[in-house]
Design a protein around this ligand. Structure first.
Ligand code: NAD
Ligand code: G3P
Length: 347
């Protein structure tokens, strides 16, 4: 299958590697021409995914239109073709608009990998796609997947979601095999809410795990507190998702519980690292600058909260994270405020 991946950050590069390894004709487009030249020369993404060699079959594209044409040329192939947007949420609108203006034929599916709500509009990916490219066959690929592990060929399960049943099947055909396993879903709302909110909750568990030691013990609030944050976080993620039209069972799947557990506990998570740094007394600007990568939970947290409030959905952990990110609440006080909340029934 012909596949173009738009965005050569950690995740776009790792997924492109995975798909090239199973024999697809993959082009990876880097926004920065200097980065594209370095990728071509070094055959390694030294900036975003160091230490992993790019397979010989993976082509690097400098020109965006040429990358789109690469996918378009596969439109009439029996297996179809894919255009995959691998930018952060902030780049999705521009790249979707570009793809829509290019007029993709029916045989080319459009997938995005970003996890968040768009800052400003508060929209999820499928809502932006409905606005800009209603005629395109589109969907989201999500699930618990650290780029470094995928790049190293470690086993990873993903979920592809769309209301168009053809699209998730395209994702299966593109990724399945080798170390990747792809499940399908017809609930893009649930899959996208899970992917967006888990990043905010990972900041929360990072904060809890990074708070200074008390009474000479281990740093952090402890494993009980982390389990409570994950479980109550899952409850507020599900409440928001249901209010937006998602199905409850989606939150028990890969893009809900699966990605929440991975990101809230995994040392490779950038969002969790932001929380750890904030708890250690670093400013948000310092914490984000130290990453050198995007941490989608930072721009998404206030947007999640705004949408939740508009729907009358209570999200106490997200509220606390927003107050810490905006400098209105000290990380330790945020946790104390969560513990002081009124008693209530669990469900
Ligand atoms: N890294 C992972 O393990 C992983 C896994 C699954 C999903 N994701 C999601 O994939 C998306 C991309 O993450 P990443 O890890 O590749 O990020 P990254 O920080 O490693 O790389 C970001 C890439 O996007 C480009 N970029 C930045 N702003 C842009 C914009 N406005 N328009 C177009 N391109 C832009 C950068 O040049 C860079 O190539 C995020 O939404 C993230 O949540 C990441
Ligand atoms: O490193 P994070 O926190 O952006 O998480 C990466 C992936 O979304 C994990 O599935």
């Amino acid at each position: 299958m012909r596949i173009s991946v738009l965005g050569a950050g950690a995740w776009g590069t790792a997924l492109a590697l995975g798909m090239a390894r199973v024999g697809h004709a993959v082009q990876l487009w880097a926004r920065d021409p200097a980065q594209a030249a370095a990728l071509r020369e070094q055959r390694e993404n030294a900036r975003y995914l160091p230490g992993v060699a790019l397979p010989a079959g993976l082509q690097i594209a400098v020109d965006l239109d040429a990358a789109i044409d690469h996918a378009r040329a596969g439109a009439s192939d029996p297996e179809g073709a894919l255009l995959i947007v691998a930018s952060p949420m902030a780049g999705l609108r521009g790249l979707l608009a570009h793809g829509a203006a290019a007029g993709l034929p029916e045989g080319v599916g459009l997938l995005w990998l970003c996890k968040g709500f768009e800052a400003g509009s508060g929209r999820l990916g499928h809502e932006i796609a409905a606005e800009l490219a209603p005629g395109l066959r589109s969907g989201v690929l999500s699930g618990p997947s650290f780029a470094q592990e995928v790049a190293r060929g470690q086993p990873t399960a993903l979920v592809a979601a769309s209301r168009d049943p053809w699209l998730p099947q395209q994702a299966v055909a593109a990724c399945h095999g080798g170390a990747l396993r792809v499940y399908t879903s017809d609930d893009p709302v649930g899959v996208e809410v899970g992917g967006a909110v888990k990043n905010v909750l990972a900041i929360a568990t990072g904060i809890a795990d990074g708070l200074p030691a008390r009474d000479g013990g281990e740093p952090g609030l402890g494993l009980n507190a982390r389990a409570a944050l994950i479980t109550r976080g899952l409850a507020e993620m599900s409440r928001l998702g249901l209010a937006l039209g998602a199905r409850q069972e989606t939150f028990m799947g890969l893009s809900g519980l699966g990605d929440l557990v991975l990101t809230a506990t995994g040392a490779l998570s950038r969002n969790r690292r932001v929380g750890l740094e904030l708890a250690a007394g670093r400013s948000l600007a310092e914490a984000v600058a130290a990453l050198g990568h995007v941490a989608e939970g930072v721009p998404t947290a206030p947007t999640v909260l705004a949408r939740a409030r508009a729907l009358g959905v209570e999200m106490p952990i997200t509220t606390a994270v927003v107050e810490v990110l905006e400098g209105r609440l000290d990380p330790a006080e945020a946790v104390r405020a969560l513990m002081r909340r009124e008693a209530r029934a669990e469900h």
